[in-house]
Design a protein around this ligand. Structure first.
Ligand SMILES: Cc1cc2nc3c(=O)[nH]c(=O)nc-3n(C[C@H](O)[C@H](O)[C@H](O)COP(=O)(O)OP(=O)(O)OC[C@H]3O[C@@H](n4cnc5c(N)ncnc54)[C@H](O)[C@@H]3O)c2cc1C
Length: 421
């Protein structure tokens, strides 16, 4: 025991690594321990679909190297699962029964892909994508030869995974419970353009339905829908969202709803315990209500804020905010902030819809304050949209944004955020 604050982090990804860097920037020599159940080096889950598609080599997935931890004076405990947090004695209990003492603890255990709990949901052809191991299993299936892909759900991860496996000539079928693709990321009009793009690749999309069971027939899967249709598949991609990995917190009696409940300083409901990233449920930027915001951007920001507070620099988080840029099936979409009308206030939507040119731009305002943007086609000003939202800039849309200038948010940005830009 050095007399210095012992900082312990469970999780070795976006949130955990951002926290450790923030702690080290403030405190050059406090002891930091990172616990991870992974044996691999830290990698970016965001890049795994590019790896499956063969666009990014395996080595490029990794975001740390062997020297990273020693250079920062961090003790890495790898390949060991944290089972529980003993909040009374301030210890993390690992799967082998060993214990690690903490003065401050960050739980950054992320989330796991929701599994299918229907008959046949555990067949080898049925795959979720969250980890590098998952990516390798999908890659192996793809290499065996794929003719038919069935995708359950049409969220960001399922579309990206389908895109990674798909090649011309394959049959691609989506069973989607909701009534639009990318329902968490874009509004209905933009979703219609993405849908048309998918259909141009001969994808068949069934809305308002789901799989009831999956059978096996001569080494292939057969997805049986709720309405009794059967869809043969060499690979079934399951994209049903994620469950935050709350178990170690739950075992320690730390307050959990869907995720670990945290305040704006990322403090959980137990002394000296913090949570950040996909496992945390913290105040939303728009509503202030607790929300799990499972994105890389949010995880890194929350991790950084948690780290600063753990190191004694009191810093509040501005709140969970959506920010996503993705390219799927030759379509690039950026969504920033709210994508659908928020409750209350004087809401206004300004839309440019040139679907034939692959251009869709929407700004969502409430009482003249920019709340969100959906940009398709040209997305290079998504960062400016994020700035407008974060700074809660009040603009006069009709004066500063006649329809023509909406094609370029620079004008709004100059007027509202940075006059010298
Ligand atoms: C295919 C794919 C594409 C994505 N695309 C995007 C995108 O385009 N944009 C975007 O913003 N987000 C995207 N995401 C989401 C993004 O990857 C996550 O939001 C982000 O990784 C969350 O970071 P995290 O640090 O909170 O958790 P994770 O990245 O899940 O890391 C959790 C860490 O905790 C460790 N861990 C978990 N439980 C334990 C335990 N009990 N004991 C010890 N260690 C444990 C894990 O091994 C891991 O190191 C994508 C995700 C996937 C899978």
């Amino acid at each position: 025991m050095t007399g210095k604050t012992r900082q312990v982090i469970i999780g070795n990804s976006g949130a955990g690594l951002s926290a450790l860097k923030a702690i080290r920037q403030i405190d050059a020599d406090c002891p930091i321990t990172v616990i991870t159940d992974q044996t691999e080096r830290a990698y970016s889950p965001v890049l795994t679909t590019y790896y499956i598609a063969g666009k990014v080599p395996r080595e490029k997935l990794f975001i740390t190297d062997g020297a990273f931890y020693s250079d920062l004076g961090v003790d890495l405990v790898a390949g060991k699962r944290a089972e529980a947090v003993d909040t009374a004695s301030q210890k993390v209990v690992l799967e082998d029964g060993s214990k690690i003492d903490y003065d401050n603890l960050l739980i950054a255990t992320g989330a796991s892909a929701k599994k299918l709990s229907i008959p046949g949901g555990d067949l080898p052809q049925v795959r979720t994508l969250r980890t590098l191991e998952d990516a390798e299993a999908i890659s192996d299936l793809a290499q065996k030869g794929v003719k038919d892909i069935v995708v359950l759900g049409a969220g960001l991860v399922s579309l990206q995974t389908a895109d990674a496996v798909y090649a011309e000539g394959m049959n691609l079928t989506f069973l989607v419970g909701s009534n639009q693709v990318l329902s968490q990321n874009v509004d209905k009009s933009c979703a219609e353009i993405v849908k048309a793009q998918l259909e141009s690749k001969k994808a068949v999309i069934h809305f308002g339905t789901d799989a009831e069971a999956i059978e096996e027939n001569k080494g292939r899967a057969v997805v049986v829908s709720k309405t009794g249709e059967k869809y043969p598949a060499d690979v079934v991609i399951v994209g049903k969202g994620v469950d935050p990995n709350v178990q170690p917190a739950q075992e320690g009696g730390i307050a959990v709803n869907r995720g670990i409940l945290v305040d704006e300083y990322m403090r959980a409901g137990s002394p000296n315990v913090y949570a950040a990233g996909d496992v945390a449920e913290g105040p939303s930027f728009h509503t202030g209500q607790p929300e799990v915001m499972a994105t890389w951007y949010n995880a890194c920001n929350q991790g950084r804020i948690a780290g600063m507070n753990m190191a004694g620099k009191e810093e509040p988080f501005i709140g969970g905010l959506n920010r996503n840029i993705t390219s799927v099936f030759d379509t690039t979409v950026a969504s920033v902030g709210a994508v659908k009308r928020l409750e209350g206030g004087d809401a206004e939507e300004i839309v440019i819809d040139r679907a034939a040119e692959g251009i869709y731009r929407k700004l969502l305002l409430q009482d003249d304050v920019v709340q969100g943007a959906v940009l398709m086609g040209r997305i290079n000003d998504a960062g400016m949209a994020l700035n407008l939202i974060q700074k809660r800039v009040k603009i006069s849309p009709r004066r500063e944004m006649p329809d023509k200038s909406l094609m370029d948010l620079r004008r709004v940005y100059c007027a509202g955020v940075n006059p010298s830009a």
